[in-house]
Design a protein around this ligand. Structure first.
Ligand code: ATP
Ligand code: MG
Ligand code: MG
Length: 586
């Protein structure tokens, strides 16, 4: 027996495939359609999903969930996912956003090659069809032009408990509505003068069915259709038509559209009756949107962070945008893993930010090259260097590039008479259980020698400026004597003479509250003042070769990425993507 479907959407799809729900489907023949499928007749029995962003901002981690879901279902069931720009709202949309969305989807590992052709879909390509469909609804008595003011319309809509009241224009003759609709299209009326409304039921318990507007006047330039149109379809009317024209089978959206589903079906049924569309029609399914703690995912709020310069841009590494996560050091695989782990359900819930970080750690652990870095440098002087090494100024050391992948080889660097260690690795007076450096104690310089701490140097203010230690002979890592002296502490280090000085940016969460915008709170009031700290660190000399987007595990410190914007050849800037362990709240 086949394994049970792992979520309700898979169960629906598997049932549809088993029942052949779409097997007998005729391919919709609608304006724009032939051009869209010029590469050949698609298999009508295949499932078809879509990812339909509005190009009015950059995609965020919530969209990543939707992308992985829609493209992933199409991939897993041998279907197709349409990359569609839901660009029916001219004023807020731009080509910049279109381009950024394409890049984000591709970076996440998905494409829109179908039937041997690369195909992008734009809702605005169907404006002609949407217009024709609206004329049909008018002539069939399913829509009318309403000339009430916006205030009057709002007042007559009713409430959750009170039914609405019919517009005085509701029963005007169809040819009068048709004439006015054409005047609207021809630019004869100003914005807001009238709207086209569906004629359904002003007493419906579902407010969305109380004669919703389907077309409005908007004298605005559109990024795709230019000045051709001065009327634009409402989202709730346009969306089912977009799905139907493209032959989408499973139209998956977030829960807040559940109440819109009756209207989605109503529009499609009316147009099928009129012969403008054919059965089987697309069906809408809803899943719970991603709510992630410690971030905001509303585009409006993300936009505010950018325009008011609370962050450096859409790709600021603290932003939950896909470009921000990428710059922070997230991989496409980590985001896919995250989407898989959180799954899909029909109940709203919050996902803890640590789930996202956990996915990144699990992805990077197996592949990030290792390196040593000292983030809070304190000089360590090996005072018996000459006795051990004579005239030699450098003692070669090596370490695996990755501890579990010997085939990836080793990295080489030199131990020298002075090295940088972390300031926290020395204490003049150490508490019990502290195994690093304090006078009289021995610890190992990782991949190097056991050393014995002999004291420290201080400046006039009593601040420690250097730690003093002696090398214990014949204890080099990897030599027969390495284990002759047992120590509990291991110290990471970077040669003073050879280490590379590098800017390292240590990021923390952007907000101090798990639910920054809960209960209508102004999320700007709970911004974390310490969400980024820049330090001048020393890193292994080999990191001079790091190029943008290269990822490393800095031993002890976490995973870091060479910043894709600010790194220059030979002088990388590193971002901390995530710490080694989940330290939040500790
Ligand atoms: P906003 O409400 O902030 O304007 P949006 O949801 O309207 O964003 P769209 O561009 O319309 O953004 O979204 C494209 C697709 O991504 C939609 O199908 C939507 O359901 C999905 N999506 C958006 N946000 C989330 C989220 N937080 N979790 C899951 N899916 C999401
Ligand atoms: Mg939207
Ligand atoms: Mg939304």
């Amino acid at each position: 027996a086949p394994a049970p479907a792992s979520n309700f959407l898979r169960a629906v799809i598997e049932k549809d495939l088993a029942n052949g729900t779409y097997a007998s489907r005729r391919w919709a023949r609608s304006p724009g359609d032939a051009a869209h499928h010029a590469a050949g007749e698609p298999d009508p029995a295949k499932i078809r999903t879509r990812f339909p962003p509005e190009p009015n901002g950059y995609l965020h981690v919530g969209h990543a969930k939707s992308i992985c879901l829609n493209f992933g279902l199409a991939r897993d069931y041998g279907g197709v996912c349409h990359m569609r720009f839901d660009d029916t709202n001219p004023e807020k949309e731009s080509v910049e956003y279109v381009e950024s969305i394409k890049e984000a989807v591709q970076w996440l590992g998905f494409g829109w090659d179908a039937f041997g052709a690369s195909q992008l879909y734009f809702a605005s390509d169907y404006f002609d069809f949407m217009y024709r469909a609206a004329e049909y609804l008018i002539t069939a008595g399913h829509a009318y032009i309403d000339q009430q003011t916006p205030d009057e319309m709002r007042a007559s809509r009713g409430t959750l408990t009170e039914p609405g009241t019919n517009s005085p224009w509701r029963d005007r003759p169809a040819d009068e509505s048709l004439a006015l609709f054409r005047e609207m299209r021809d630019g004869r009326h100003p914005d807001g003068a009238m709207v086209l409304r569906a004629k359904i039921d002003m007493a419906s318990p579902n407010i969305n069915m109380r004669d919703p507007a389907i077309y409005r006047i908007k004298h605005a330039h559109h990024h795709n259709t230019g000045d051709k149109w001065c009327i634009y379809p409402m989202y709730t009317y346009a969306h089912p038509l977009e799905d139907a024209v493209e032959g989408v089978t499973h139209s998956i959206c977030t829960l807040e559209f559940e109440d819109q589903r009756p209207f989605y079906d109503w529009v499609l049924e009316r147009l099928a009756e009129g012969g403008l569309l054919a059965h089987p029609l697309p069906k809408q399914y809803e899943f719970a949107r991603l709510n992630l703690t410690y971030v905001v995912t509303s585009k409006r709020k993300l936009m505010q962070l950018v325009t008011e310069k609370h962050v450096s841009g859409w790709d600021d590494p603290r932003m939950p945008t896909i470009v921000g996560l990428r710059r922070r050091g997230y991989t496409a695989e980590a985001l896919q893993l995250f989407a898989e782990r959180i799954g899909v359900s029909k109940a709203d819930s919050w996902i803890d930010y640590s789930t996202l970080e956990g996915a990144l750690r699990d992805d990077l652990d197996g592949r990030a090259a290792r390196a040593m870095a000292v983030l809070d440098p304190l000089r360590l002087k090996l005072t018996n260097w000459d006795e051990i090494f004579g005239d030699r100024q450098a003692e070669p050391s090596s370490a695996p590039v990755h501890p579990h992948h010997p085939e990836r080889g080793t990295r080489s660097f030199n131990l020298t008479r002075e090295v940088w260690i972390e300031r926290e690795d020395f204490m003049e007076e150490a508490p019990k259980g502290y195994h690093r450096l304090f006078p009289g104690n021995r610890a190992r310089l990782k991949y190097g020698y056991v050393i014995e701490c002999t004291g420290c140097e201080k400046d006039a203010d009593g601040r420690i400026t250097a730690v003093l230690a002696t090398l214990v002979p014949d204890t080099k890592s990897g030599t027969p004597g390495a284990d002759s002296v047992k120590v509990k502490g291991v110290i990471t280090w970077v040669s003073v003479a050879e280490g590379l000085s590098a800017e390292v940016r240590l990021y923390d969460r952007l907000f101090t509250e798990a639910h920054p915008d809960a209960g209508g709170r102004d999320f700007l009031t709970v911004m974390n003042p310490d969400s980024v700290r820049s330090v001048q660190a020393f890193v292994e000399p080999g990191l001079a070769a790091a190029v943008a987007d290269d990822k490393f595990q800095f031993e002890r410190h976490g995973y870091f990425v060479a910043d894709r914007v600010d790194s220059v050849a030979g002088r990388p800037v590193f971002n901390r993507a995530v710490t080694l362990k989940d330290s939040w709240g500790k």
